[in-house]
Ligand binder design. Structure first.
Ligand SMILES: Cc1cc2nc3c(=O)[nH]c(=O)nc-3n(C[C@H](O)[C@H](O)[C@H](O)COP(=O)(O)OP(=O)(O)OC[C@H]3O[C@@H](n4cnc5c(N)ncnc54)[C@H](O)[C@@H]3O)c2cc1C
Ligand SMILES: NC(=O)c1ccc[n+]([C@@H]2O[C@H](COP(=O)([O-])OP(=O)(O)OC[C@H]3O[C@@H](n4cnc5c(N)ncnc54)[C@H](OP(=O)(O)O)[C@@H]3O)[C@@H](O)[C@H]2O)c1
Length: 444
């Protein structure tokens, strides 16, 4: 049996692990990624000051060490190889391509310079090659971060960390340089619903209370009428009752406001954010929605980072669910969205399957469930004779693709770790695909 997995983030790696551990038919697993580096958002999303979370890559590396596993980095489905070609070379295909687009606020001014979606800002500080040249101007003093999820907290925290705190992390060198000289003094994290509806994890929220040079600021009035519960509410109350240090930067947590327009100045840069005050409305299904009251204020900020969620990118030849903005599927089996018919031997895992919710560890069980479907559906498939395993490599090389193996990645990894030691960091990332490929060809 031979399986192609497209995407080497947590969902792809956990699917590979489940496939390689399956009893019975031996499986050859080829994991492709458009980047020369594996691990998806564990490398490009998880915050640089959260190194412990990144330790999960050891589990993925042990999967990669299995004898029938191969990593084929620097190969983009839809650009370097087509779905049709994968069908010819593999018995089954698993899409694990994540959610690489941002959701948009859909308000006027969203495209103004200085209004930077979270995927861009996070990709920039994490050294994702797509965003290494993003224009991030930190000569500004006040920033709005829209959204009340963990990504909003990550973004706000990175903006508020001190130089010393950042130097110890694997933040990209260009971002470290820029943040060292940052003039940002105040960040406003804006929730459209109330504190009780915020999506932050308590551990992430709590961390905002122990930053070296910044303090969380919560107006006690914002918490009036909220339950006296544990978790986020308890933490927010403790923030509301503390006295911020006079010389500290301020991270304001505000609720019940929705941006209605990003305001620009004559130079086309952000000059403020118009906010509408919301009230909460209980819905018949038990959920609570934000409703605008018509009351508008202008928040004086010069940079805006919407952190309101992500969506899958459309990939040529892969069925797309326009409404949910994920790969069209039923329980991990890819379907034709028009006919609602299952497309045989094609599966989807991770955020590409379910949208942008959930933690890294949750993909282990979810990907294994999809692998159960693959096993149930795939009986006898191995009888279909395929081209030799390395025929796909030859096809890609003919097209001028420089393939990156897992051993190649280990070389890049070693180089990054050695570079990091110079600044006392876990690694100093190489952020340019061309530089990675040049470094690998030198050693050939
Ligand atoms: C900013 C941020 C911080 C986060 N922090 C945490 C955290 O601290 N703890 C936690 O538990 N969870 C965290 N998460 C959530 C976690 O990262 C996700 O649950 C998880 O990474 C999703 O896994 P995935 O494999 O579906 O997608 P991804 O991790 O996005 O992996 C997708 C992979 O597919 C590749 N790919 C995409 N398109 C193609 C293509 N056409 N061809 C080839 N390859 C392709 C990409 O390069 C990427 O490597 C965070 C998420 C974000 C956005
Ligand atoms: N350390 C960690 O563990 C960590 C770090 C980062 C990310 N993650 C995980 O990764 C996933 C994605 O995180 P996320 O923060 O992107 O998503 P999220 O948890 O879904 O939060 C998105 C936030 O955006 C708000 N929002 C959506 N549309 C909006 C709009 N039009 N206007 C204003 N606000 C809007 C949502 O408000 P409503 O609730 O009102 O919809 C919500 O507060 C989550 O599962 C998260 O836990 C984990």
């Amino acid at each position: 049996m031979r399986v192609a997995i497209i995407g080497s983030g947590p969902a792809g790696f956990y699917a590979a692990e489940a496939l390689l551990k399956r009893a019975g038919t031996p499986v050859d697993v080829d994991v492709f990624d458009r980047l020369p580096t594996p691990y998806g958002l564990v490398r490009g999303g998880v915050a640089p000051d959260h190194q412990k979370i990144k330790a999960v890559v050891r589990v993925f590396a042990s999967t990669a060490a299995r004898p029938t596993f191969r990593f084929l980095g620097n190969v983009q489905l839809g650009r370097d190889v087509s779905v049709e070609e994968l069908r010819r070379h593999y018995h089954q295909i698993v899409y694990a391509t994540g959610n690489e687009s941002d959701r948009r606020l859909g308000i006027p001014g969203e495209g103004i310079a200085g209004c930077t979606p979270a995927a861009v800002f996070v990709g920039w500080y994490n050294g994702h090659p797509d965003y290494r040249n993003a224009r991030i101007d930190l000569s500004v003093s006040r920033v709005a971060v829209v959204g009340n999820g963990n990504v909003a907290v990550d973004v706000a925290r990175i903006l508020m960390r001190s130089r010393a705190e950042l130097e110890r992390t694997d933040i990209a060198a260009h971002a470290l340089d820029s943040l060292r000289n940052s003039q940002v003094r105040e960040v406003f994290v804006l929730g459209r619903r109330g504190p009780e509806q915020a999506a932050f994890s308590p551990s992430e929220l709590k961390e905002l209370g122990s930053m070296e040079a910044a303090d969380p600021v919560v107006d006690a009035g914002e918490l009036a009428g909220c339950a006296d519960a544990d978790g986020n509410m308890k933490i927010l109350r403790s923030f509301a009752s503390r006295q911020p240090r006079g010389d500290a930067k301020k991270l304001h947590l505000r609720f019940l406001v929705s941006p209605t327009e990003v305001l620009g100045n004559a130079e086309g840069k952000v000059a403020g954010l118009a906010l509408e005050k919301n009230r909460l409305e209980a819905r018949p299904d038990g959920t609570v929605a934000a409703r605008g009251t018509g009351q508008i204020e202008v928040l004086d900020v010069d940079m805006v980072v919407p952190a309101i969620g992500f969506a899958a990118e459309r990939i040529a030849g892969v069925p797309f669910d326009e409404k949910a903005r994920i790969i069209a599927n039923q329980d991990g089996r890819v379907v034709d969205p028009a006919l609602r018919r299952v497309i045989p031997d094609e599966y989807v895992v991770g955020w590409a399957r379910s949208g942008p919710q959930g933690l890294i560890g949750e993909h282990k069980r979810a990907s294994a469930q999809v692998v159960e479907h693959m096993i149930a559906d795939g009986a006898g498939l191995e009888a279909r004779v395929l081209p030799r395993r390395d025929a796909i490599d030859a096809l890609l090389r003919e097209r001028g693709v420089q393939l990156v193996s897992f051993d190649d990645w280990k070389r890049l990894d070693d180089v990054e770790v050695v570079r990091g030691e110079r600044r006392g960091a876990p690694r100093d990332k190489i952020v340019d695909v061309e530089a990675m490929l040049a470094l690998l060809s030198q050693g050939q």
